[in-house]
Each structure stands twice: as structure tokens, then as C-alpha cells.
Design a protein around this ligand. Structure first.
Ligand SMILES: NC(=O)C1=CN([C@@H]2O[C@H](COP(=O)(O)OP(=O)(O)OC[C@H]3O[C@@H](n4cnc5c(N)ncnc54)[C@H](O)[C@@H]3O)[C@@H](O)[C@H]2O)C=CC1
Ligand SMILES: O=C(O)[C@@H]1CCC=N1
Length: 272
């Protein structure tokens, strides 16, 4: 691959594709080194106007870009690859953001030797706080992984994992923001149950979530230690923790994330 700033095409500029575009632009990636594609003309207009990037058709994108970031839904990847796969010129790097799809699903539909990198990011990319896991597929070298890291580091933290862990990663961090939003929803409702105005409950819980997350990140302490520090003998916290354990919150989370991992596997099995 050439040196310098690579031309990246976001193929399927939906929610995650747009987060990539905005994050790369915020990091200083030149707009003239970014391309986007989408199926809907009105969406194309929206992306072009909002970000000042060229929105082109898929075949133009795979011709003109050096890195092809595929951010269509897993269910749509087969149709996309039928359209462009055999016509991707040599020397391109394909980065898949598609949940569940192994890199082999792409390699089988791409010219022999095309390097594929699998990435699982998440929506906090919007505020440069994403967690992005990066895995090498066939023909991907350390240089390709480093380029993927260069693209995703401006969006937040990155980690390299074996591709075999990516379905578990999807369950934990890909889908993870939704679990925390559900928890916040429920705690705000509890605040209302206890007589607090919704806005007050929301402000209390959001800041408590932020503070707890920063403590987890910066203290280096195990969550158990941090929880013990809050849980006073015969205090209020232990009364709540007892109810949470009695209602099986811990078991519910284990089952929920296993279901997410299993769904990622199903997406791969169903992909055509
Ligand atoms: N939403 C999330 O939090 C995360 C999603 N992902 C993955 O990112 C991918 C995209 O997810 P979202 O952005 O949420 O979906 P989305 O539906 O918002 O975006 C997908 C986009 O791809 C476009 N598209 C579909 N087929 C196309 C084709 N043949 N040519 C051009 N454009 C095409 C659609 O028009 C749409 O704009 C999925 O594979 C998903 O598994 C990964 C991490 C997190
Ligand atoms: O729910 C989904 O399938 C996508 C992938 C991870 C987060 N959202």
C-alpha cells in the first residue's frame, strides 16, 4: 500500500459509517481522502453536504479508494460483495465492520490475496470514546492492522484480538452501550418511583455512570473493590445489592451476553 494518508471509502454510510466519517474528519483526515457510498440518494446528499466528502457508487469507491471500510448490515454484505467483490482491484485493504461475519466470508468473495481486517467498534465513537477491537484476517499484515488502528484510534480506544474472539467482543463492547443505556433507563424509572422529577433522576444517574466509569478506568481497581467501597455495613447499598442478586441481575447479564454472542454466530451462518 502507498505511504501517507490513504483514501478511505466508507461503503454503507449509515449510523456506524457516519461515525467513522465524522471521527476521521475530526482527527484531521482530509475530506478529499474520504469517500462514502449508500443506497439512498437522499442519504447521499445528506452525507455529502454534512461532511464535504464525495459520495459515489460502490464501483467508483472500490476503484478510487485504497481502504474499503464495509459498514453495511451483515444481512446486506452478500449482495454488496456480489456487486463489487470480484471487481476490487489488487492492493486494496478491506476492513469489515460487520457484526458476526468472519473475514473468510469476505475473502471467498474477493480477489485472491486481498487483505481483510475485521473490526468491531461501538457508538461512543461519536464522542471519541469508542472501544474498537481489530483482528487480522487472511493476508492482513501488521501494516494493515496498524493502518486500521490509525483510522480508529481518533475514535477512542483500540485493542487487537484474535478473530476467534470477535463474536464475544461484539456481545461485550459492540452491543455493550445498549446494556448501559437500559440500566440508566431503569434507574431513572426507579428515581421516578421514589418521587424524583425525571430530569433530576436522569442528571443524577448519568453523572453517577460517568463518575463510576472514570473510576473504573483511572483507579485501576477491580470493580468488586470499588463496589465494596460504596457498600457500608447495614447501609443502603447492601439492601439494593441484595435485591439485585435475589432478582438474578448477574445471571441475567451472563445469559444476555451469551445470547448476543450466539446471534453473531447466527448472522454468520445465515449470511449468503
Ligand atoms: N449500530 C451499532 O452500534 C454498531 C453496528 N456495527 C455494524 O456496522 C454495520 C452497520 O451498522 P449500522 O450503521 O448500525 O447500520 P445502518 O443500517 O445504519 O447502516 C448501513 C448502511 O449501509 C447501506 N447499504 C446497505 N447495502 C448497501 C449497498 N449494497 N451499497 C451501499 N450501501 C449499502 C444502507 O443504506 C445503510 O445506510 C453493521 O454490520 C453492524 O453490525 C458495528 C458496531 C456497532
Ligand atoms: O446490534 C447489532 O447487531 C449491532 C452490532 C453491534 C451493535 N450493534
Amino acid at each position: 500500500m502507498s505511504t501517507g494518508v490513504h483514501t478511505v471509502a466508507v461503503i454503507g454510510a449509515g449510523k456506524i459509517g457516519e461515525l467513522m466519517l465524522s471521527g476521521l474528519l475530526r482527527s484531521g483526515w482530509p475530506a478529499d481522502r474520504l469517500l462514502a457510498t449508500t443506497r439512498r440518494p437522499e442519504r447521499a446528499e445528506e452525507i455529502a453536504t454534512r461532511y464535504g466528502v464525495r459520495v459515489v457508487d460502490n464501483l467508483t469507491a472500490v476503484r478510487d479508494a485504497e481502504v474499503l471500510a464495509i459498514s453495511v448490515k451483515p444481512q446486506d454484505a452478500g449482495v454488496l460483495l456480489d456487486e463489487v467483490g470480484p471487481r476490487i482491484p489488487d492492493g486494496k485493504l478491506v476492513i469489515s465492520l460487520c457484526a458476526g461475519l468472519p473475514t473468510g466470508f469476505f475473502s471467498r468473495r474477493l480477489p485472491a490475496g486481498t487483505p481483510v481486517v475485521r473490526v468491531m467498534t461501538n457508538t461512543p465513537a461519536l464522542v471519541d470514546q469508542a472501544m474498537t477491537a481489530i483482528s487480522a484476517g487472511a493476508h492482513a499484515t501488521g501494516e494493515h492492522l496498524a493502518l486500521a488502528e490509525e483510522m480508529f484510534k481518533p475514535l477512542g480506544a483500540t485493542i487487537r484480538v484474535p478473530e476467534s474472539q470477535q463474536d464475544a467482543v461484539t456481545a461485550l463492547s459492540g452491543s455493550g452501550p445498549a446494556y448501559f443505556y437500559l440500566l440508566v433507563e431503569a434507574m431513572v424509572d426507579a428515581g421516578i418511583l421514589l418521587g424524583l422529577p425525571r430530569q433530576v433522576a436522569h442528571e443524577l444517574i448519568v453523572q453517577t455512570a460517568i463518575g463510576s466509569a472514570v473510576m473504573l478506568r483511572d483507579s485501576g481497581e477491580h470493580p468488586v473493590k470499588l463496589r465494596e467501597a460504596v457498600t457500608s455495613p447495614a447501609g443502603t447499598t447492601i439492601s439494593a445489592v441484595r435485591e439485585l442478586e435475589k432478582h438474578g441481575v448477574r445471571a441475567a447479564l451472563l445469559a444476555a451476553l451469551e445470547a448476543a454472542r450466539d446471534r453473531a454466530r447466527e448472522l454468520a451462518a445465515q449470511a449468503t
